[in-house]
Design a protein around this ligand. Structure first.
Ligand code: SAM
Ligand code: SF4
Length: 332
């Protein structure tokens, strides 16, 4: 926990972790995240400037947030990201900055990320097969992503691979992705697919839920061991005995982890979301641009924290419509 005063929601859950989407734009088109033609990007005027983001992070850190994960869209398609990260680094009380990236543009920035103490990198990589990668992301960028993975490992970053498990797409990758953990001390996390693909379409029933993923892993590794889950982890962590790394399963659709959820999200357009599944959120951008003081902004944040849905199912029930947003606008 942070040295700051503790921040709690209306259900007594501590809040300490902000996921900040620095852009809604992306250089891939992963089909589970957006339609082929992309989503309608926000006009620049509606996207928070880096100065505005920095101010909001300062206010939130003052309230008790101590970890920020930079996400998007693809963080590295936004110009001057590194200059922004340097500014964030200077915020007192912000103990950890982490980053989630698709790895296409990431490798050249690794030395500077390291210098800034940004050591925890989540790399999205659903397959180790070039053709499957092309089919899933609709872009031929496998080689660059793979190079980023190699560079991350060479430079000893704390690496997590995020792989969304999808029927008919990459279930043959469960084994080879897990095999990466034989040699490398990384964590491969298999994620249930969520209905955030910008089209509102989803299966009537999720086929590759955490149970099925676990069953499949146990077929290959009958002696797969359950490890204790770190505090506030969304992943259930396992290890193949003798392997250097771990595998995790994230029940993102089954939502088994809401009881300890310590995260809030700020979208690139300045919407605060206290739950991934909620409709909209608190629109903070315009109020900030209308001249609210830091204290007033903190008051608005607090009112949202004290009205947080109990879990992702309640948040979904409260929606006026079915989930249809793209993950790229929510900030995964
Ligand atoms: N572009 C970056 C990347 O891909 O890592 C950061 C943003 S992306 C929205 C963050 C994470 O959300 C990725 O790991 C991605 O796999 C995950 N994601 C996107 N759409 C999803 C969906 N429908 N279900 C589950 N995970 C999803
Ligand atoms: Fe882009 Fe990440 Fe969404 Fe893929 S998952 S389309 S890389 S934002």
């Amino acid at each position: 926990m942070s040295s700051q005063s503790l921040l709690f929601d209306n259900h007594g859950r501590p809040l300490s972790y902000l996921r900040l989407a620095v852009t809604d734009r992306c250089n891939l088109r992963c089909f589970y995240c957006m339609p082929e033609e992309g989503v309608r990007y926000l006009p620049k005027s509606q996207v928070l400037s880096f100065e505005e983001m920095e101010r909001l992070v300062r206010v939130l850190v003052g309230m008790g947030i101590n970890k920020v994960r930079i996400t998007g869209g693809e963080p590295f398609v936004r110009q001057d990201l590194m200059a922004f990260l340097r500014k964030l680094r200077a915020i007192e009380g912000l103990d950890e900055i982490a980053l989630t990236t698709n790895g296409v543009l990431t490798a050249p920035h690794l030395p500077e990320l390291n210098d800034l103490g940004i050591r925890s990198i989540n790399l999205s990589l659903d397959t180790l097969d070039r053709q499957r990668f092309l089919k899933i992301t609709r872009r031929d960028e496998f080689d660059r992503v793979r190079q980023t993975l190699d560079a991350l490992l060479e430079q000893n970053f704390d690496v997590k691979i995020n792989a969304v498990v999808m029927e008919g797409q990459n279930t043959d990758d469960l084994h080879p992705l897990t095999e990466l953990t034989r040699q490398y001390p990384l964590s491969v996390r298999f994620i249930e697919e969520m209905p955030f693909n910008g089209e509102g379409s989803h299966y009537p029933k999720l086929i590759w839920n955490y149970r099925r993923i676990l069953d499949e892993l146990q077929q290959f590794y009958p002696d797969l061991q359950k490890l204790p889950d770190p505090a506030f982890s969304t992943a259930a962590i396992y290890q193949v005995p003798g392997y250097a790394g771990t595998v995790g399963i994230i029940a993102a659709f089954s939502r088994t982890f809401c009881g300890t959820c310590n995260r809030i999200r700020l979208t690139a357009q300045g919407e605060l979301k206290t739950c991934l599944y909620q409709h909209g959120g608190l629109q903070i951008r315009d109020q900030m641009r209308n001249g609210l003081s830091d204290e007033q902004l903190a008051g608005l944040f607090l009112s949202a924290f004290k009205n947080r849905p109990f879990d992702g199912f309640e948040a979904e029930r409260l929606r006026p419509d079915a989930v249809h947003e793209s993950m790229t606008t929510i900030g995964g």
